[in-house]
Structures are given as C-alpha cells and as structure tokens.
Ligand binder design. Structure first.
Ligand code: AMP
Ligand code: MG
Length: 337
C-alpha cells in the first residue's frame, strides 16, 4: 500500500490503478471511499474482502459527471432529474433503476443501483481518469467507524488496498444521504450529509425510512441497527440527560473506569456542570452548535477517543435538525443497545 499526495500525476496513477482492477482509498467530501471499477467483479470482490463486508450489502456507484449516470442507471423520472440537477455534485445518493450491465455483486442482485456524483474534486478527477464508474463503500472494516482522514484508511485497511490518495480531512464527514426515488413519495433510507430539509424544499415531502427501524433483511445496510461502531462501548443519552445519568451511575458504583463524554456543543458542556469531573476526556463536536461542523468532526473524534483505550464513551444526542439527524443516526448505530 502506498499513500499518494494529490498531484495530477498521482490522480492519473490512481485512475489507472482502478482501470487495471486495483482498489484505491480515495477522498470524497463525505468519508474516504474504497473504490473499484464497478464493472469489474473481481475488483469489486476485493473490496468486499478488504472490508469483510457481508455480500448482502450493495455498494454506491460513484460517477465523475452528470451524463455518466446513464452508464449505470436508466429512467429515473422528473424527481430524480430535479435532484441530480440541483443537488449534485454533493452528499446525496439516489437509488435508481439499474442498467443490466451493472454486476449483481454491486447491487446485491437488486433491480436498482445507488448512484452518487461526489462534490470532491479529487474524487471526480480520479473517477474521470479511471474511465469507468467506481463502486465505493466507506474505506473501513464493515461495521466500524467510517474514515475521514487518509491515515484512518491506512490504519484500518493497510496492505489490503493498493493505493490511498491523501486529500486531507473530509469536509462533510458523514456518509451521503441515501434517497430511494423509485418509489412515490421518495424514501430516505439513510440520513446523511445532505439535509432532508434541502431535499424537501425541491421535491416536497419525503418519507423517513432508515433510522432505528431495521427490517429483518435489511433493504439498505444503513438500516442495520448496529453499524459505524467504535470498539469502546458507546452509550447514547437524550439531550440534557448526560450529567444526571453520569452522577447516578457513579453513585450506584456503575460507570466506573475511565469514561469520555462526547458532546454536541458548548451549551451541552455547560450543562455537564460538576459531572464533568467524572470524565477522563471530553470532546465537543461544535462549540457554536453548528450541525455541519459537528458532522465533519464526528468520526474523527470517535476514532480519537476509541484509540485511547477508555472503558466507555458517553455521548449526548444532537438536536434533530439538519445534519443533526445524520449525527444522531450514526451515534444510535454506534451505541450499545
Ligand atoms: P456505504 O457504502 O457504507 O456508504 O453504504 C451504502 C449505502 O447505500 C448502504 O446503506 C447501502 O445499503 C445503500 N444502498 C446501496 N445500493 C442500494 C440499493 N440498490 N437499494 C437500497 N440501498 C442501497
Ligand atoms: Mg460504510
């Protein structure tokens, strides 16, 4: 495995590696992806193997330009068109009717395909240089925290990947919003980096299908109840409840050991009051309470806390607005139920 700086020569090299059946860790605005040529089943199989990802889990196909969508999907309709034209490139994945050429391994045999045009210029350049569409899940072992830095990818996957392009920290920091536009009204299968409010402003009401309602056979692994999890047990509390619960636990002799608090904003830190002394580490996602900044910080702070070898992480929910929904969805999935 080699980590490359994002020079034009290296972006070409990463594209050529994909075209030759290699697997590449690449930066996107959401999280780092582990990419393979979507039409090369051997390369895609290597991605599953590197992630130890169950094969029921379909991958998102990434494209470099709007017109490339036709190489993997067909139809789509007016709503899909509107979203592509207004919100692409960006952290929005659309579920569309697939083209038959897309391998079953990519779609898990579904009649649909998940497609995204990323906003990150390096991701688009690499895909364009590859000359193909790139199937890419997040570049982490299945179920573990998503990577938002090149070093996360190197640490988590190491020699299982051929190349990693270092594009610095991911700007959005949580995965894309996944929206199924093959049904009416469209359904949000996973809240993510594109605020649902921005989608509804363009196409009207959508249904929220993902969060916390895992069907027995997941339609979308974003719907699995446990996912995106650190190794350190993470406990999730409602807004404003962390201080009281910590004091209670310590009084009852539970919650012993070294714990970290993961808080949304400075107001949450103030609410902790004297209970702050009960935590070995405290992290605040966005001092000013900006959901966009908090989302960008989420996985980096979780990686950092997980590496400290603490006994538990105590997290408090973000407000349920804008990207706060994606943050709460990831925290819920990361938590001990
Ligand atoms: P990840 O690759 O980790 O970002 O996760 C991709 C998300 O998109 C998962 O929740 C997938 O299940 C979902 N997805 C991909 N393809 C489809 C599809 N055809 N139908 C429904 N969900 C999909
Ligand atoms: Mg993932």
């Amino acid at each position: 495995m080699e980590i490359l700086s994002p020079s034009d020569a290296n972006l070409r090299r990463a594209g050529a590696c994909l075209a030759a059946g290699g697997i590449v860790g690449l930066p996107t605005e959401t999280v780092y992806g582990l990419g393979a040529d979507a039409f090369n089943t051997r390369a895609v199989a290597r991605v599953f193997e590197a992630k130890a990802r169950p094969s029921f889990d379909p991958l998102i196909v990434h494209i470099a330009s709007l017109d490339q969508v036709e190489t993997v999907a067909q139809g789509g309709g007016r709503v899909a068109r509107t979203l592509m034209e207004r919100l692409w490139p960006g952290p929005l994945t659309l579920i569309l009717p697939r083209r038959p050429e897309v391998p079953d391994l990519v779609t898990s045999g579904l009649p649909t395909v998940a497609v995204r045009l990323p906003a990150h210029p390096l991701a688009r350049a690499i895909i364009a240089y590859s000359g193909t569409a790139v199937a890419a899940p997040s570049a982490n072992p299945f179920g573990y925290l998503s990577p938002t830095r090149a070093e996360h990818v190197a640490r988590l996957l190491g020699d299982k990947v051929d190349l990693i392009v270092d594009g610095g920290p991911c700007g959005v920091g949580v995965e894309s919003t996944v929206l199924d536009v093959t049904v009416d009204p469209p359904v949000v299968l996973r809240p993510g980096g594109m605020a649902v409010e921005a989608i509804e402003e363009l196409i009207g009401r959508v249904r929220l299908g993902g969060t916390g309602s895992a069907p027995p056979v997941p339609v979308s692994p974003g719907q699995l109840d446990s996912h995106y999890a650190p190794r350190t047990p993470l406990f999730l509390f409602r807004e404003g409840e962390l201080a009281e619960r910590r004091v209670e636990a310590v009084a009852r002799g539970r919650g012993a050991g070294r714990a970290a608090a993961l808080l949304f904003d400075e107001a949450a830190r103030r609410r902790l009051g004297a209970a702050a002394a009960g935590f070995a580490e405290i992290r605040v996602l966005s001092p000013s309470g900006d959901t966009v900044e908090a989302a960008a910080e989420l996985f980096a702070r979780l990686h950092e806390l997980d590496a400290l070898g603490l006994d538990s992480i105590w997290a408090e929910r973000a407000p349920d607005r804008s990207l706060g929904r994606a943050i709460n969805d990831r925290l819920h999935k990361a938590s001990v139920k």
